[in-house]
Design a protein around this ligand. Structure first.
Ligand SMILES: NC(=O)c1ccc[n+]([C@@H]2O[C@H](COP(=O)([O-])OP(=O)(O)OC[C@H]3O[C@@H](n4cnc5c(N)ncnc54)[C@H](O)[C@@H]3O)[C@@H](O)[C@H]2O)c1
Length: 278
């Protein structure tokens, strides 16, 4: 058998340290998780602490954020921050940058949903709500990304020249927006759209930018639905036919952090789900 020079991992490569050899190290590294108090962000906060990172949980929900930080112990700190606000995000970034080696992992999970058609019997879509969703999901993600990247710029580069990695959260609604998802889809489409230019902008500083587009995940965002409806949603996913677990999102974050070649791309995490119009 001819073995190509690339794309070939020997069977025992795990033991040889080939897998997991690169990317930003999680152990002993400082991370910021915006929207880290609940759902996907909470799972990521837990996973990164478990892997040995120091985590700053930044969220508007102080009650949940403080309780989670207390549960996770010394490795976690809660900072009350609204992603739409420059000052509180700046304070959270500064807090995370106090860690050894500076802030190197930034994940933005903060987001909200809103269901309304572009126009309906009652008139046009509520403009204030459209702006609010764009403000939190898109502008808030940009605020976290740009402030985290500015902080990472000052880090010492590792042996590959890498200074940090930023992970944004979009949604498959960026591609398959359903009826009533105009504001949400527009906001998430914006997050997908800024991923490549952000990665290009930051490439000279050795900072990577990736986006995860989850499908249907079992978080408090979906918990409001009746169990029957949640089961039906899960059953509609080609494989695996269940809702995604928040831990599966956290695992993808860790994979992205550990793989330097992943940059400027959005990864769907959806079990091959393609959403129908409704
Ligand atoms: N759950 C899903 O099925 C799903 C699917 C696709 C995309 N997403 C996206 O994943 C992200 C996380 O969603 P989730 O399901 O974990 O929801 P969640 O409601 O459990 O968590 C969202 C967190 O963001 C925080 N937050 C909201 N507004 C904020 C603000 N202005 N500033 C700071 N924090 C704020 C909330 O307090 C909460 O802790 C969101 O961006 C969501 O749009 C979720």
């Amino acid at each position: 058998m001819r073995i190509m020079k690339w794309g070939y991992l020997p069977p025992n490569s795990m033991h040889m340290g080939v897998v997991g050899c690169c990317g930003v190290k999680i152990e002993g590294t400082s991370a910021l998780i915006a929207g880290g108090a609940s759902g996907l962000g909470e799972a990521t906060s837990r996973a990164l602490v478990e892997a040995g990172a120091g985590v700053v949980i930044a969220d508007v929900n102080s009650e949940k954020g403080e309780a989670l930080a207390a549960e996770l112990g010394d490795a976690a700190t809660f900072v009350a921050a609204d992603v739409t606000d420059a000052e509180t995000v700046s304070a959270a970034v500064a807090r995370a940058a106090e860690g050894d080696g500076g802030l190197r992992i930034s994940v933005c999970c903060a987001g909200v949903g809103w269901a309304e058609r572009v126009a309906h019997k009652g008139g046009p879509h509520n403009l204030e709500m459209f702006s609010k969703v764009i403000s939190i999901n898109l502008i808030g993600t940009f605020n976290v990304l740009s402030q985290a990247a500015a902080s990472m710029s000052g880090n010492e580069p590792d042996e590959e020249g890498e200074r940090g990695v930023c992970v944004n959260t979009a949604s498959i609604a960026a591609y398959d927006g359903q009826i009533g998802q105009i504001a949400y889809s527009a906001s998430k489409g914006g997050v997908v759209g800024m991923t490549l230019p952000a990665a290009r902008d930051l490439s000279s500083r050795g900072i990577r930018v990736m986006t995860i587009a989850p499908g249907l995940m079992d978080t408090p965002m979906l918990a409001a639905l009746p169990e029957e409806h949640r089961q039906a949603l899960g059953a509609g996913i080609p494989f695996p036919s269940r809702l995604g677990r928040p831990e599966e999102y956290a695992r993808l974050v860790a994979d992205i952090v550990g793989n330097t070649m992943l940059n400027g791309e959005t990864i769907r995490l959806d079990g091959a789900l393609r959403m129908p119009p409704k």
